[in-house]
Design a protein around this ligand. Structure first.
Ligand code: ZN
Length: 310
């Protein structure tokens, strides 16, 4: 074998070994990634597609070589989520808690003004002026709202992790107007739903009072939790609980003391939630109800949502 033939053979052997090593290495990588996806509920993005979920729920979206879509969908919509809106609409004249400010929404500036157009039949608002209390519609209370002794813990000082949590929703729709929800009622609802409260959860309480009474004279006569039930929720170390009524307790019975216990045990609550019936029987979800960063705020309207990943 001459020198040139030897060189060619050595080149061929080296290329062959390189291909073998690349194949083995990519297999090792893909096995590691698959195992990580199986065990840690992570998303693994590779050339062939995306793996996400954990264990038996691990899903595999295959990438189309021609257009790069995943199972015929683009990346943004391939990982589907269902977002349930838990928030009331805000409008002038909407129901508010007795003695709190009415909502007023007026046009502050129009497109016509900005464009120097006079004599218009219809104005088109460019900026509205909102007048309303912090505790309007779907909102969260700051710890400072709960009682005098907590006045330093205003809304902008509370950690955002309190408003971005796992959530569960309990069925208490057998409760009548002004009826107290006791600890045993919460425990029974947990048992029936086969759920447990974990530290850091937001626990939503479905009473169906919104659908039954919103806009009627009965709206202010809501069922609510007892003082003992409030303390029990706090002892479970929840981040918050949420109700679809104007107050977490029954007014003039337990409401004020329920607020004070929230301050004492360092958890909060949401009021005026809607659509809680859509969460019943569906287990855990992601709950988000971020407040506005109001300096010195005693609470804030939120756009509360429950998110289920599909
Ligand atoms: Zn409150």
């Amino acid at each position: 074998m001459n020198v040139r033939a030897k060189q060619r053979l050595s080149c061929l052997v080296s290329s062959f070994l390189q291909i073998c090593m690349t194949t083995v290495w990519s297999r090792v990588i893909s096995t590691v990634e698959r195992k990580r996806a199986m065990h840690k509920n992570v998303t693994v993005i590779g050339l062939k597609g995306i793996k996400y979920g954990n264990g038996r729920n691990c899903k595999n979206l295959r990438r189309n070589k021609e257009d790069g879509t995943l199972n015929g969908k683009d990346l943004k919509t391939a990982i589907m989520v269902e977002i349930i809106d838990l928030s009331q609409e805000i409008f002038a004249g909407m129901p508010v808690f007795p003695s709190l400010p009415e909502v007023k929404i007026t046009v502050y500036a129009t497109h016509e003004e900005w464009d120097g157009i006079n004599d218009v039949d219809t104005i088109s608002p460019a900026v509205n002026l909102l007048e309303m209390g912090e505790h309007t519609g779907t909102h969260v209370d700051s710890i400072s709202h709960m009682a005098r002794e907590f006045r330093g813990q205003t809304i902008e000082t509370m950690p955002l992790s309190m408003f971005y949590t796992e959530g569960i929703c309990l069925d208490l729709s057998d409760k009548k107007p002004l009826e107290l929800i006791e600890t045993v009622d919460l425990q029974r609802a947990l048992f029936e739903a086969n759920l447990e409260i974990k530290a850091g959860d937001t626990v939503l309480l479905y009473t169906d009072h919104y659908r039954r009474a919103y806009g009627t004279n009965d709206w202010a006569n809501n069922p609510g939790i007892s003082v003992e039930a409030g303390r029990w929720l706090g002892e479970q170390k929840v981040a918050a609980f949420g109700v679809e009524t104007m107050s977490p307790g029954v007014r003039k019975v337990s409401n004020k003391e329920v607020h004070r216990i929230c301050g004492e045990l360092g958890f909060t609550h949401y009021e005026n939630l809607i659509n809680l019936h859509r969460l019943i029987g569906r287990g855990r979800f992601r709950f988000i109800g971020l407040p506005l960063k109001i300096r010195g705020g005693t609470g804030s309207p939120v756009r509360a949502v429950a998110i289920f990943e599909k």
